[in-house]
Design a protein. Structure first.
Length: 323
């Protein structure tokens, strides 16, 4: 067996806990280290999640020569700073989505990784999930004709907390960067880049987009109608209307889920179960890339991350949201 890849977690918050659970499903992965701004928090996380080494500062952890890859799981506004910090120590990085809060930051992160020749990838986990891979084979098979329309949403009623990262502007709050990014990425992944973008949003009292509606129009006449919200529960489904079928992903579509293909002849569904939350698939991909000595993912490429952030920037421009 290959030597285990030693993972380090930077920022032991909510998603880090789920990611750690998923990593336990990856055969040749080791939960090697965790760093928090507080040693107590790092130690508690290490004890609960079975991580071997706890550090009370991010920089201290990054000095550990044993680490093979760092998972950056801090709030959006720190992705740029923390990724650059990891790269300055020569550490490969898997950085949570959104990669950063604007295109300029993403460009700097990519340039730094290229200069240091270290692996860097945005943790946009959906293209690695079995049901999304299956969806792509259906869409690309040509069997059902062209996509005419995609409708996708992601919304939940998050309790208002002016200091929480969802509502606080200085932490990159709002629905778009946190969850709207998923429908936007799905549209990009399946339909490519839109010709026209129309976006409108409700900006709440903290100045962030609490609800965001986006329409993408494509040169072939296709459309994507997307919505994200942190103030209402939405179906969290994705529906593709094609020339000869409707393909829908059941709620919550961005998690491992069920895909139904409906045609004139009837409906057929396929469900996808996974061992953990599903983050294990992106982690396995990162390990494969690192083992192959790559500095860029072959799936979630720098180009994809740049296109994604350019769409998010344009939407933010239209809704008048500046960070
Ligand atoms: N892929 C997914 O499915 C998914 C799901 C949820 C979230 N995410 C992404 O993951 C990131 C983190 O989200 P989360 O919900 O895990 O956040 P969270 O629970 O608030 O955790 C973020 C962690 O970042 C660290 N941090 C460093 N500086 C901070 C600061 N100034 N303020 C607050 N925290 C700070 C904190 O750890 P210490 O202070 O202990 O160092 C904290 O535990 C976000 O960018 C989000 O988009 C991804």
């Amino acid at each position: 067996m290959n030597k285990k890849i030693k993972w380090a977690i930077l920022g032991p918050g909510k998603i880090a806990k789920k990611f750690a659970a998923s990593l336990r499903e990856v055969e040749d992965a080791e939960l090697y280290a965790v760093a928090s701004r507080s040693l107590d928090r790092a130690t508690a996380f290490a004890e609960n999640e079975g991580v071997c080494n706890a550090y009370g500062s991010y920089e201290e952890m990054l000095q550990d020569k044993e680490i093979d890859v760092v998972y950056v799981a801090t709030p959006h506004v720190f992705h740029h700073e923390h990724t650059l910090l990891c790269i300055s120590y020569g550490k490969p990085v898997l950085c949570e989505k959104p990669f950063a809060i604007n295109q300029g930051q993403v460009e700097e992160m990519i340039a730094a990784a290229k200069e240091k020749q270290v692996f860097l990838m945005e943790a946009m986990w959906t293209p690695f999930l079995p049901h999304i891979k299956y969806l792509m084979t259906l869409l690309e098979s040509g069997r059902y004709g062209k996509i005419k329309k995609l409708t996708a949403d992601f919304g939940f009623d998050a309790p208002f907390d002016e200091n929480g990262r969802l509502y606080k502007k200085s932490l990159g709050g709002g629905s778009l960067l946190d969850i709207g990014i998923y429908p936007v990425f799905l549209a990009m992944h399946s339909l490519g880049l839109p010709e026209f973008i129309e976006a409108k949003a409700v900006l709440g009292k903290t100045g962030v987009d609490e609800d965001c509606d986006i329409t993408f129009s494509y040169p072939n006449g296709a459309k994507a109608e997307l919505n994200s919200s942190i103030t209402k529960n939405t179906p969290i489904t994705a529906v593709f209307e094609l020339e000869k079928a409707t393909i829908s992903i059941a709620s919550r579509w961005h998690n491992p889920s069920t895909i139904t293909v409906s045609t004139d002849e009837g409906s057929e569904s396929r469900s996808f179960d996974v061992a953990s939350f599903g983050y294990e698939y992106e982690a396995m991909h990162v390990q494969e890339m690192i083992r192959q000595g790559r500095t860029e993912s072959t799936v979630m490429t720098f180009q994809k991350s740049l296109e994604l952030i350019s769409l998010l920037d344009e939407i933010r421009k239209q809704i008048g949201l500046e960070y």
